[in-house]
Design a protein around this ligand. Structure first.
Ligand SMILES: CC(C)(COP(=O)(O)OP(=O)(O)OC[C@H]1O[C@@H](n2cnc3c(N)ncnc32)[C@H](O)[C@@H]1OP(=O)(O)O)[C@@H](O)C(=O)NCCC(=O)NCCS
Length: 117
């Protein structure tokens, strides 16, 4: 993994970078996944399960996790195209899984909307 990379929970100052990233990586997302609205909703439910990868002064990746009482779920795992295959998604997944386990939630499933890019 890139040593300058920081994986940490989302903070409000990450909003612009995350919106830009999702617009680029998920250009065909349906209207109910509008990035700003999705962030607003995620911050109202288990906000501690929203991680970003930050490096070179910008947002390089994201992952949203959630727990429905039975399983942990992963959404919006996304990495900037030029930053891929450097282990950023793996790091984001580890952070999400660790947070789920720490809260005795069980990470088990993930969903994928677009194909791997
Ligand atoms: C999927 C995605 C998040 C991977 O990000 P990444 O930072 O490049 O992933 P990593 O470098 O951590 O790769 C980890 C492993 O995943 C697998 N992988 C990653 N990209 C892959 C691809 N395009 N095809 C096949 N396997 C892939 C590989 O096993 C890889 O390990 P390796 O590089 O040692 O072979 C990124 O390609 C992306 O944002 N794609 C578009 C959005 C998407 O499809 N998200 C998932 C559904 S929400």
């Amino acid at each position: 993994m890139d040593l300058s990379l920081e994986i940490r929970p989302f903070t409000p100052s990450d909003q612009t970078g995350v919106v830009q990233l999702w617009g680029q990586v998920f250009p065909n997302d349906p209207p109910w996944n509008d990035p700003a609205e999705l962030i607003r909703r995620k911050l109202s439910v288990q906000p501690e399960l929203f991680f970003v990868a930050h490096g070179s002064g910008r947002i390089l990746g994201t992952v949203l996790a959630g727990f429905d009482g039975v399983r942990g779920w992963i959404y919006h795992l996304a990495v900037q195209p030029e930053a891929r295959r450097r282990g950023i998604a793996s790091g984001l997944m580890s952070a999400a899984e660790e947070a789920l386990r720490a809260a005795h939630m069980f990470p088990a499933a993930s969903i994928s909307s677009p194909p791997l890019g």
